[in-house]
Each structure stands twice: as C-alpha cells, then as structure tokens.
Design a binder for this molecule. Sequence first.
Ligand code: ADP
Ligand code: LRH
Length: 482
Amino acid sequence: MPARVFGAVDIGASSGRVIAGVVDGDRTTLHTVHRFTNGVREQGGHLRWDITGLYREVLTGLRALAAGFPEVESIGIDTWAVDYGLLDAEGNLLSEPISYRDGRTDAVVDTVHGRIDPQGLYGINGLQYLPFNTVYQLAAEQESALWDRAAHIVLLPDLLAYWLTGELRTETTNASTTGLLDVRTGTWSRDLLTRLDIPRSLLPPLQPPGEQRGLLRPELAERTGLSRSTVVTTVGSHDTASAVVAVPATVTRFAYISSGTWSLAGVELAAPVLTQNARRANFTNEGGVDRRTRFLRNVGGLWLLQESLRTWTDEGRTPELDALLAEAATLPAGGPEIDVDDAEFIRPGDMPTRICSAAGLPSSTSPAEVVRCILDSLATAYRDTIRQAVALTGAAVEVIHIVGGGSQNALLCQLTADRSGLPVIAGPVEATALGNVLVQARARGAAPDTLEEIRHALAQTQRTKKYLPSPVGAQGRFLARH
Ligand code: ADP
Ligand code: LRH
C-alpha cells in the first residue's frame, strides 16, 4: 500500500507548526514544513492572541505542505485549550481572542461560584479549578460590550477550521475544557447554561474527533495549491488530547506528562472520577479521544523557564538554553523549591524575580541556579501529582511517559525518574502532531482501530529515551556526568 499523507496544524502557546505526517504501514514520519512563534500581546487593555496572524501562518504552512506533499488528503487542527473567539451573526470575528493569561476573570470567579458552588460545578463538569476555564472567561465576557453582538462562541481550533471550511462546530475534547460540558454525558450541560445565563444557541454543535469537518474552501485550495478534495478532519483539537493519543505506551499501567508551556500530568481512565477527594486535589476529568478520560492536573510548566529566558534576554543577557541546562545539572541537589502552581506565575513578567522571592533566594542568584530551582520544583510537582493520581483512582503506574518539547530536557527527565522512583520514557517530542495525524489516518482507514495498537506502533517506530531512577544517593553522580 502506498504511504498516505495527512497535514497537522499544531499550535501551542509558545510555537506553532504545520507538519506533514507520512503514514506508511506502522511507521509515521513527520516533516515540519512551517514553524512560527506564538505568544500573547497587550492590546486594548487585555492580553490577546493574534489569531488572525496565526491563521496567516497556517495558510503559509498549507502552501508549503502542498508544495512538498501534493498528495495530502486531510488536515487536522489542534491548539491549546479554553480560549475562544466571538463571531457576530455574519461570522465576523469581533476581536482578537483574550488569552487565558489575562487577569479579567479575577473579578468574576465569585460571581460564578455564587450561581453554582465549586462542589456542584465539579459534579457536573469534573474540571480542575483554574481561574481561566472558559466558564469564568465567559462570565467576564458577559460584562463586556461585545457580548450582545456575539452570535457564536468558537474555540480556537474550531475557529481556524471555520475559516478553512466554512463549517461551524465544537470538537468534543476541547469542549471538555470549557467547563460547560456535562462530563457524564459528553453534551453541553443545560443546567449550567441556564444557571450561567449562556444561550445554548451561542455554542456550535458538538463533533467528536475522527469525523469530517468539511472540505477545504475552493478559493483556499486555489490559494494554497492543495487539492480541491482536501478535507479537514476533526482530531483531538485540544493539544493535550492529541498528545495523549501518541504516548508510546506498551503497558496499560502508565502515567503521562505532556510537557510544554504547561505540564499536564496524569493517567488515562475509562470513566471520570468525581469524588470530593479528586476535587480537593484539583484533578481534572478532561475528555479524551475515544471518550477516554484524561484524569490529570495542570502543573505550571516550562512557561516558568521560557518566561525567565525572555526576562534575561530583555535585560540584555543572551541566555542559551543548552548551556544553562548543562550548568544547572552540575549544581548540587537539594536546593530550594517553589510551588510551581502558585497563581503568581500565571501572568507574564519578571519570572526570575518572582521565583527568587518565592524560593527565598537572593536577587544575585545566577540564571543557572534559577533554572535548577525551576526543574527541581517541576520534578517534585510531577512526582506528587502522579502519586496523587494513583491514590485517587486506584490506577497502578509502572512507567512515566514524558512527551512534548520538555521531553528533550534530560535534566528534568532524570530528576523526574529520581524523585518518582519510576523509569521515565521521554519522547516523542512532537507527540501532539503525531496524535493529530494518527486520528486522521484512522478515520480514513490508514491506522489501527484502537489507541493501544496505535501506541504500540509508535513505541516500535518513534525515537524515545529511557531514564532510570538513580540509586539513592547517586543523583550527584548523574548530575556530575552532564
Ligand atoms: P507548546 O506546545 O506548549 O508550545 P512545546 O511542546 O513546543 O510547547 O514545548 C516547548 C518547551 O520545550 C520549551 O519551553 C522548552 O523548555 C522545551 N524545549 C524545546 N526544545 C528543547 C531542547 N532542545 N532542550 C530542552 N528543552 C527544550
Ligand atoms: C496545553 C494546554 C493545557 C491547558 C492550557 C490552557 O497547551 O492546552 O492542556 O490547560 O493549555
């Protein structure tokens, strides 16, 4: 059988890419045809994404895709979760979307909890409390001038799909992050919509991953050089849902950490766990591909490192990630740690100063020491989160898979193995794009039926690296070698 080609548009909070996924039997090979940066910017008093600019980058990527891989048959889109654009009745975007890092929800969290208390809310949507869940963002939006003009609330991957196809739907894995979905039925919760005064008509109908969203609009086929028969297929449009598809697990007893701007650490379950203990531990039950449950916690991720690097660059230093990581690895274990989940780290800003102040470190602390503090703290948070996931669900875990950009951070992977006492398998780096491609491929008969078979094939064919826990006391020896 000839190889088949699927295009993945994968946009994370810090960078985006358009990738050709060539599926040849069990082997999937990724070719990045276009890469671009992403980030928030202040505009009109809010931190916003430039979704219009991102769409332009997507089109540039699709042109490169057509040039290199004219046989591409389908495109899938994923982005980060929770954020949305508002469209008017004519389908015009009312403003560039406000980012989840904006502070606008601070004023409305109590209002939402006045209409439904956190316990009641968790019982319906099963979501970890995060101040930026869409449900709070919409409460802030209801007080804005745009609300009365809004005819559609469209999650960002669905907005890009709308521009590509003209079809308006809401993909279910990403819908699960809004806080408006009933976690038991997988449908919009009438009860929540009524209590929060959100007209059901504003939410486009739900569509699960693995279905055809629509044909690429003919004028875009013309502009990009893609075939007129190219379709947009729904995938796990929440990037984390796609990443979890591509965890190269060969056993059922695994935990995963999708490590990028955020670290999403948890286990996969057949059904949600909605106990009070799960709520108190702030675990989420997000919807996965094939209606699996992603039982996980958002752990403040490599954002802390990214934002530190940005601060040092702004100060005129030229921090080099590889060199900093190498230096951080030579520092002794047992240094100070911070709570990476502290809300003070959500907003952009001078992260090294915030970190030093939280860790009780002097302002003269070197960048490598700050980096070491971040990675020690992340590894501790990973260990605690996975232990809690096991305790809350009864799931057994014999291996931790780290996927995403952070899987390239050898020091973080080794610290995670050391802290947890479990082997860590790192990679693939582009798990999200792989999950995106393989859900399309499966929908079109080019990949196996079950996630287990897909994961086995990935384990056989993708590059991964194994980190074994160091014997007690040997941490220093590992660190000395790097
Ligand atoms: P997102 O999808 O959220 O934009 P990615 O999965 O692309 O995030 O991961 C980005 C992170 O990966 C960066 O913040 C950086 O810390 C880490 N990373 C990227 N390349 C490397 C590398 N060569 N070595 C170590 N870490 C890396
Ligand atoms: C990771 C991610 C995460 C969400 C956050 C907003 O990119 O999608 O799963 O919680 O961004």
